[in-house]
Design a protein around this ligand. Structure first.
Ligand code: ZN
Length: 282
């Protein structure tokens, strides 16, 4: 049995959403509450629907203002901020891409994959001790981004495996081409030197590179040409000199290409993330 309960707080027509959901090809067997909000101010009482122990982390995700999915016990929620990413909401296939991406995240929660990720990261956190105190906050944020990347790799790989790459590609192409996700041009000629001067850029650049990898790695196996196009479009959009960081992130790319289906993949993956951080901060 599958069903999506739509709760529109502001910002979109219910009939449009119903049409999109009807066309969405992904099948699942759990109940989802889909909240569509004008902005973060509307629908503030959603948090009350989440059990007390998860409420704090739900509110943190909510305040980020970025669409997200959340599971707490048997409750599965997707939150879409209709005012953000207008380009995606308008584009039917991109919107379906966003929806199935979030639904697949929920499916990963249902099958216990998301819990497994955190369980396998925890022993690695001991490594934080090896960083200087002023680096710790940045390292923590990079690890947080790396968790998002890992979850996206699972979600996108699964969607592509199921044959819905058309939607997911449209979603990412629209996302990276919209002005919102294109910050001011940045050029880092000598990344290590820049990072020494301003450690915060490690966080910015890795977050950006991780976002790229979350789609370019899963699509690469399927269609190398499309992956290259997407990468070129995205780097053009950011006008960023990412060659150096790409070189560092080959550790993650290689791990994905060689061991994604390995049952120890999470551990291998987090080892590589720490290796990158150690190299940047050595
Ligand atoms: Zn995601």
């Amino acid at each position: 049995m599958e069903s999506i309960k739509i709760i529109v707080c502001e910002g979109l027509e219910r009939s449009y959403l119903e049409k999109i959901i009807k066309e969405s090809p992904l099948k699942y067997d759990f109940k989802i509450d889909l909240y569509v909000l004008g902005d973060i101010k509307s629908c503030r009482d959603i948090a009350k629907k989440i059990g007390k122990k998860d409420r704090k982390s739900f509110i943190k995700a909510f305040k980020s203002g970025v669409h997200f999915s959340y599971s707490s016990g048997n409750k599965h929620i997707i939150v879409i901020f209709a005012k953000n990413d207008k380009e995606i909401i308008k584009n039917k296939n991109a919107f379906i891409g966003l929806l199935i991406h979030e639904i697949e995240h929920l499916h990963q929660n249902v099958i216990g994959n998301s819990k497994k990720i955190i369980k396998e990261l925890n022993p690695k956190i001991i490594n934080l001790k090896k960083f200087k105190s002023e680096e710790k906050e940045i390292v923590r944020n990079v690890i947080e981004s790396s968790i998002f990347l890992l979850k996206d790799l699972y979600s996108n790989t699964e969607i592509i495996k199921k044959g819905f790459s058309k939607y997911i590609l449209e979603y990412y192409a629209t996302l990276f081409n919209s002005k919102k996700s294109c910050p001011e041009p940045r050029f880092y000629r000598n990344f290590k030197k820049e990072a020494e001067r301003n450690p915060k850029i490690v966080e910015i650049v890795l977050k950006f590179e991780f976002a790229l990898l979350s789609i370019s790695l899963p699509i690469f196996n399927l269609d190398r040409k499309k992956a290259a196009f997407l990468r070129r479009d995205i780097s053009k959009c950011y006008e960023i000199n990412i060659r150096e960081i790409v070189k560092r992130c080959h550790l993650i790319s290689d791990a994905y290409k060689n061991s994604f289906s390995n049952k120890n993949f999470n551990r291998i993956y987090f080892n590589k993330v720490f290796e990158i951080l150690f190299r940047v901060f050595e």
